[in-house]
Write a protein that binds this ligand. Structure first.
Ligand SMILES: Cc1ncc(COP(=O)(O)O)c(C=O)c1O
Length: 394
């Protein structure tokens, strides 16, 4: 039998004019930030999300840091973040001096649990950072209800997964004061490393431009609003190179095709896995009514951690590379150090131990998906047999 090539968790693909635009960018001489490709990419993102301003950044992490700087956080301030997220959803705020309060997720969408959130809201809270896990909107209505009496609390959507997703027709990324995007190589739209800050309130625009541009009013200078530029405020160097923006713009031009391909992968997995769900105790992603997913990933919840770990290993042995995801932050060394106080996040702990992400990329075809699901089922079967044998032997 010939050895089949591995099915990797992620593969990047050139979808349109990426290489031509890279060349054009380098030859144009404008390779630093805020150049012509950044403007074009920003305009497409603005069109999609309705943001008042789009600032391309070196990563989603950098965009979160810029949002955190805009809050002028002081000692004693807290920011509510999910425990089930990437480290920098929390880190961006703690490095600005805040402490974090870890909120649990609700088991349907794996987004912030509004009921737990309501118990955490005290006078110290300055912001809440929801994550739309896998690009599926969290419980946005519940979140709005929980925050209805707290207009002083900023909502900053960490929308690393959710560009092109919608909640009741509203684009993910348009629901709070700020939102952040990621164009890291594992995302739907990529440029290697990159991100964006979406600014949804006009009152923030002038200041955020200064913080974005190393604390200077350089942008106002280039817009002809002032006759020289100088140091004005805090800030850092957040801008994405225009050469990476060129790659990004080519991807954004092909967004519809990319989303169509990813939707097909998601639906293929749904169709292939569903017949096994009951027998093997698998939960598939839930897309609530009124929610349009961004088709960022396809995950499964297995019955328990030992099944998940066995299946991870079993599939990898057969040349298929699924992966797990976030390790609970509230229980991590950094999380304990930077939390305002300890909180309980039992759903996060449970989901983190049972979640398996299947290989997912633009060009994962029917035969690949069939092989992924076949290795999943055979690994489950092997695990069950060894479990039964252990029970019989004990
Ligand atoms: C929810 C979430 N937020 C933020 C990030 C960080 O993104 P970046 O690598 O662009 O900084 C990630 C990374 O995957 C993520 O999953």
């Amino acid at each position: 039998m010939t050895q089949q090539p591995d099915i990797r968790f992620n593969e990047t693909s050139v979808e349109g004019s990426e290489l031509a635009y890279l060349r054009e960018s380098v030859e144009s001489g404008h390779t630093s930030s805020s150049g012509p490709f950044s403007r074009r990419a920003g305009a497409l993102l603005q069109q999609e999300t309705g943001a008042q301003e789009v600032l391309l950044t070196t990563s989603c992490t950098a965009a979160l840091e810029l949002a955190a700087m805009m809050l002028d956080l002081h000692p004693g301030d807290t920011v509510i973040v999910p425990s089930f997220t990437f480290v920098t959803t929390a880190l961006a705020f703690t490095r600005q001096g805040a402490r974090v309060l870890f909120c649990d997720i609700e088991p349907r969408t794996l987004g912030l649990d509004p009921e737990h959130l309501a118990t955490l809201l005290d006078d110290s809270v300055r912001a809440v950072v929801p994550v739309h896990y896998a690009g599926i909107a969290g419980d946005v209505d519940g979140l709005r209800q929980a925050l209805a009496h707290r207009p002083d609390v900023a909502v900053i959507e960490d929308n690393a997964h959710g560009l092109f997703g919608r909640h009741r027709g509203e684009p993910l990324g348009s629901l709070g004061r700020f939102a952040t995007l990621s164009f890291h190589e594992t995302k739907n739209i990529v440029c290697g490393e990159g991100g964006a800050l979406l600014v949804n309130e006009t009152g923030d625009i002038d200041r955020v431009r200064v913080l974005y541009d190393k604390g200077t009013n350089r942008r106002a200078f280039f817009l002809g609003q002032v006759d020289k530029y100088s140091w004005k405020d805090t800030g850092s160097s957040f801008g994405l190179s225009d050469t990476l923006a060129a790659y990004l713009y080519a991807q954004l031009e092909r967004a519809q095709e990319i989303q169509t391909k990813r939707r097909a992968v998601f639906e293929r997995y749904e169709r292939l896995v569903a017949p096994y769900a009951r027998e093997w105790g698998l939960s598939l992603p839930v897309v609530p009514a009124g929610s349009e997913p961004a088709y960022h990933m396809f995950y499964l919840l297995l019955p328990d951690r030992s099944a998940r770990d066995a299946v991870l290993a079993g599939m990898r042995e057969q040349g298929v590379q699924p992966t797990f995801h976030y390790v609970p932050l509230h229980d991590s060394e950094g999380g304990r150090r930077f939390a305002a106080r300890m909180t309980e996040c039992p759903v996060t702990v449970d989901v983190s131990g049972r979640l398996l992400r299947l290989p997912f990329h633009n060009n994962l075809g029917e035969a690949d998906a069939e092989r992924v699901v076949a290795t999943l089922v055979s690994s489950l079967s092997t695990h069950r047999a060894s479990h039964l044998a252990n029970r019989a032997g004990s």
